[in-house]
Structure formats: C-alpha cells, structure tokens
Design a protein around this ligand. Structure first.
Ligand SMILES: Cc1cc2nc3c(=O)[nH]c(=O)nc-3n(C[C@H](O)[C@H](O)[C@H](O)COP(=O)(O)O)c2cc1C
Length: 202
C-alpha cells in the first residue's frame, strides 16, 4: 500500500509525526509533503526531541530523510509539481491530510491545486481513492463547515482532531494514540493503538 501524507499549518503536527512513524511500519511507501506554514508550526510545536523512535518530522524538514528510511519514505517539496504523485498515472492508494488547516481545506474543496499537496489531494479525489482529512480549528465558521460538507459529499472522510473522553485518556500521549489509531482504522490498517469501546471501558 502507498499512502500520501500532507502536513499543513494547522495545530497538531505531533499527530502527523506519529502517523508517519506508524505508517512506516505498516505500508510499502509513504509520500510526505508539508506546506510552508506547517514548517513554522512544526518549529513552534515540536521543540523537544522527537516523540517517536525512528522518525522525526522536524529533522526530516530540516535535514532530509534519515538513511534507514530512504527506501520507504519519499519527501517532496510542496512546490514540486513534477513529483509522481501530482499525476493520476501514479496515484497513491490513499492520502491523509493531517493536521488540515482551514486554508488547505478550502482550497482542496474548490479544486484549487496551488501546490503539490493540494494537487495530490485533487488527484486522489478524481481517481476516487481514499482521502482522509483531519481538520483542526475551533470554533468552526459556516464557511469551514460548508467546505467540509462539499468534500464529504465527494466521498472524503472528514476526521477532525477531536478527542474522545470515554476511553479515559490519562495523557496527551493517550489522545495522540487514539487519533493515530483511528486514522489507521480509516486506512484499514490493523493496529493496537485504539482503545476499543467495550463493557470494560465503562
Ligand atoms: C502556531 C500556529 C497554529 C495554527 N493553528 C491553526 C489551526 O489549528 N487551524 C488552522 O486552520 N490554521 C491554523 N494556523 C494558521 C495557518 O497556519 C495559516 O492559515 C496558513 O496560511 C495555512 O496554510 P497552509 O494551509 O498552506 O498550511 C496556525 C498558525 C500558527 C502559526
């Protein structure tokens, strides 16, 4: 399975980092793109050492791909419209935009394709593959909601970064695991990150 991951300038870079780390253990290839705004948010939010073993979003942005990941991870400049994933002939099986800003959400919902990330989403949509968008904003305006509805009506899965409390998360790490596990569920990738609802959670 080949999965594209688009990281935008919404808050929640840590979810993208943890998702990529998991995908690298589960899929054949990860295509990674990040917007210019996301680089600033990553610098702001991921200040300490990487929270994951084996993959650091900050290091990847700053210094390129670690040697041991070269076979599996492809990182593209967001203006690189010559990248294979910009074309329908090389469409990935699925794409996740996480975290997704209201700006990117708006542009994808209108087919704007002003950079590689938006173009890739447009290609995934037109080729009818699995597109999962994880928006992060609060409160939401009617413009945001209408943009989400436009995409949902096209078969896009809108999976907001919205924590659940019935699983009794004891830490931010627990919440991140739940987000990442649910995204893997949406890609039909088996995982043990999600705390599943059953009577023992009551
Ligand atoms: C620290 C920080 C946090 C931000 N968080 C959000 C957010 O949660 N949601 C959002 O829509 N925009 C957020 N923004 C604003 C976006 O980064 C901005 O609208 C940007 O133009 C989005 O560009 P992009 O869609 O190309 O990534 C944030 C900006 C900063 C600096």
């Amino acid at each position: 399975m080949r999965v594209a991951v688009g990281v935008t300038g919404a808050s929640g870079a840590i979810v993208a980092e943890r998702l990529v780390a998991e995908l690298l253990n589960h899929v054949e290839r990860v295509h990674l793109m990040f917007t210019e705004a996301s680089v600033k948010v990553v610098a702001q939010e991921l200040q300490g050492p990487a929270s994951t073993e084996g993959f650091s979003l900050k290091q990847t942005i700053e210094g390129g791909i670690a040697e041991d990941l070269r076979g599996k991870l492809r990182v593209y400049g967001v203006q690189d419209l010559f990248a294979p994933i910009a074309s329908g002939s090389s469409v990935p099986d699925a794409m996740v935009i996480v975290p997704c800003s209201m700006g990117t959400l708006s542009r994808v919902s209108h087919g704007f394709s002003s950079n590689l990330l938006e173009r890739s989403a447009d290609v995934v949509l037109k080729e009818k593959r699995n597109l999962v968008i994880c928006p992060r904003e609060s409160p939401l305006s009617s413009i945001h909601l209408e943009n989400m509805l436009r995409l949902a009506n096209q078969g896009v899965t809108i999976a907001p970064l919205m924590p659940a409390f019935y699983t009794h998360p004891a830490s931010i790490d627990d919440m991140i695991k739940q987000f990442v596990g649910r995204i893997l569920d949406l890609l039909q990738i088996e995982n043990r990150l999600v705390k599943r609802w059953n009577h023992r959670l009551l």
